[in-house]
Design a protein around this ligand. Structure first.
Ligand code: HQG
Length: 182
């Protein structure tokens, strides 16, 4: 159902817009944007064929709506998932639902119990609004284990929550006291 060419374009855009814009000789601006014309020119220059049509098709059809265009349609960015430091998406903080979920795998549980959820290589810890999504996130790594986060209480205690344009909840960390383990 998913066209392999679009998947490969999506993976390439994830690499450039979240992790390594330097592979096409570019750097993200403070809010994570790249100019689309420059991105296409630089990608082609670096041997990564990218067309405006493929880019727009990925933005429109991507299963997780990973990428967003600026209002004027001239720039593109990833909606979440960055590891590039210094990117501030300027999301408004938002009151989360009482419970959010995090999908992980059993080998990480001991460390998560000790240290809470940490952002590791990314700029935020990613939380899901529903368990089905969390199961998919965990299943990327193995047999999923779903943790419940007491997000409402955590928010009342002063922790800031952000909701990405594609519906992923982002926090700086989840201390272990707010986690329930299965
Ligand atoms: C784990 C995908 C040990 C954490 C998904 C996770 C998501 C710890 C891994 C997005 C830990 C980090 C993000 C601790 C956290 N000790 N392990 N103290 N704290 N971990 O990929 O949430 O398809 O950075 O459980 O759908 O798995 O890329 O985060 O397993 O939205 O668009 O460390 O990536 O989206 O892994 O996934 P990640 P994630 P995309």
């Amino acid at each position: 159902k998913t066209d392999p060419k679009l998947v490969s374009t999506s993976k390439f855009l994830s690499l450039v817009l979240r992790h390594q814009p330097e592979v096409v000789g570019m750097s993200l601006d403070d809010e994570g944007w790249l100019d689309i014309d420059e991105l296409i020119a630089n990608s082609n220059k670096h041997g990564k064929p990218l067309t405006i049509e493929a880019l727009h098709e990925v933005v429109a059809t991507n299963d997780k709506k990973r990428f967003a265009l600026s209002e004027d349609g001239l720039r593109i960015r990833a909606s979440q998932g960055h590891s590039v430091s210094g990117v501030d998406l300027k999301l408004d903080e938002k009151t989360p639902p009482d419970s959010l979920y995090h999908g992980t795998i059993a080998p990480f549980i001991h460390s998560i119990q000790a240290h809470g959820l940490q952002k590791r290589s990314r700029n935020h810890v990613h939380l899901s609004a529903d368990q089905t999504t969390a199961i998919k996130v965990g299943a990327r790594r193995g047999k999923p284990v779903i943790l419940c986060v007491a997000a409402g209480v955590m928010h009342q205690d002063g922790h800031l929550f952000y909701l990405s344009a594609n519906g992923v909840w982002l926090v700086d960390a989840v201390p272990t006291g707010y986690l329930s383990f299965p």
